[in-house]
Design a protein around this ligand. Structure first.
Ligand code: CTP
Ligand code: MG
Length: 379
């Protein structure tokens, strides 16, 4: 029995109001549709992904980023119904069971999907559904007109499963504009089985649904570590944390050699597994000669944001025998907070000598350690 999935991601997400197709919004560090796609791939031989032509480049990038591959693609239509119809035309000849799933549901569990498949095979069509638990009211204007029994009432979810012949017939014979696929099969008078759905299998429709989904993702914050050393030489300015500090020596380097910001930049990149500062801003590139490391830090934060990460906090220890750094720490802290887009209270900053020991103690150089904490999956 060959099971194929159809993932419809060709809507526009008007009710969510993010200004882009909600299927492309980042949830847990990847586009929303990728979650449903990965779920389907776990139980299907292949998946037809339905997208809008204008989203194609972003969809392909998101798939690549997630290490995913669409077996087949189709363009969506004006309505969800048309989008599903376009996908059905792409199914391979040997597909016997079809699971139709909304990209707007990122949390479909494997056990539930396998049950939908099993029941669809047995009964011809099956949908995951939840018995209503709230008391139901009918309204007239702003007032209640009556109480409805919730007995026998269900809210249905996706993926909905069908024997392929039944689904194709339903789409051919029913022209009704319904919001789910099982409805068309019902119109044919054919049975549709109920399978237990999941309360976690929420559909993202409104902005509150999206924040609920972020909570459900429960992404733990990520931590990165950075370390940098620069040599102290005469004839250079000493710049740390974006502050120029009066001293008879300064740090040697291709950029302004701000070891504090370099360690922090590496910590941020490390937290996101995005490589290191040398890879992003090579010291062989004349563009970075003498550049302010604050500018590099700002570029790094912009890159993180593009990849779906938000800096939350950081902590740095600067190892310098001289000069005394304490008077300069508040200004460094303010610079770093501004670049990270956090309040100064989220920026830990300390300076220490090494009691005269080692290269720091001999005043040959300054070393900085940094840790950064970032959060994944903000909008
Ligand atoms: N969908 C689709 N093609 C359409 C309309 C909807 O593929 N022409 C998809 C959506 O991408 C979504 C699913 O059908 O994954 C469920 O639709 P819905 O939640 O209504 O999403 P949107 O239509 O994008 O949202 P809205 O109705 O708020 O604009
Ligand atoms: Mg819609």
């Amino acid at each position: 029995m060959s099971v194929w999935g159809v993932l419809v991601a060709a809507g526009s997400g008007i009710r969510l109001g993010a200004g882009i197709n909600k299927a492309l919004l980042l949830l847990g560090g990847e586009a929303l549709f990728c979650h449903g796609f990965r779920a389907l791939k776990r139980v299907c031989a292949g998946v037809v992904l339905v997208i809008r032509p204008e989203d194609q480049a972003e969809v392909e990038e998101a798939l690549l980023h997630g290490g995913l591959q669409a077996d087949r693609m189709a363009y969506g239509g004006e309505t969800r119904r048309q989008s599903v119809e376009n996908a059905l035309a792409q199914l391979p000849a040997d597909a016997q069971i079809v699971l139709v799933h909304d990209a707007a549901r990122p949390f479909a569990g494997e056990g539930m999907m396998r049950e939908v498949i099993r029941k669809a095979h047995e009964a011809g069509a099956a949908v995951p559904a939840l018995p209503m638990t709230d008391t139901l009211k009918k309204s007239r204007g702003e007032f209640i007109a009556g109480t409805q029994s919730r007995e026998g009432l269900y809210a249905v979810q996706t993926p909905q499963g069908f024997r392929r012949d039944i689904l194709e017939r339903a789409y051919k014979e029913c022209s009704d504009a319904l919001t789910d696929d099982a409805g068309l099969v019902e119109r044919l008078g054919l049975p549709v089985a109920l399978v237990p759905g999941s309360r976690h299998n929420i559909k993202i429709t409104l902005p509150e649904d999206f924040s609920m989904a972020e909570k459900l993702m429960r992404m733990p914050p990520r931590v990165g570590l950075g370390y940098d050393v620069h040599r102290l030489v005469e004839g250079r300015a000493l710049i740390l944390g974006g502050v120029t500090i009066p001293h008879e020596k300064g740090l040697m380097g291709h950029s302004d050699a701000d070891a504090a910001l370099h360690a922090l930049t590496d910590a941020l990149l490390g937290a996101c597994a995005l490589g290191d500062i040398g890879g992003h801003f090579p010291d062989t590139d004349p563009a970075y000669k003498g550049i302010s490391s604050l500018a590099l830090l700002e570029k790094t934060v912009a890159l993180l944001q593009k990849k779906g990460f938000t800096p939350l906090s950081c902590d740095l220890t600067i190892q310098a025998q001289r000069p005394k750094l304490a008077p300069h720490l508040p200004r460094m802290q303010a610079n770093i907070a501004a670049a990270l887009g956090v309040s100064p209270g989220k920026v830990g900053l300390k300076a220490t000598t090494t009691e005269g020991l080692g290269f720091v103690g001999r005043e040959e150089g300054i070393a900085v350690q940094a840790v950064a904490v970032v959060e994944e999956c903000r909008l």
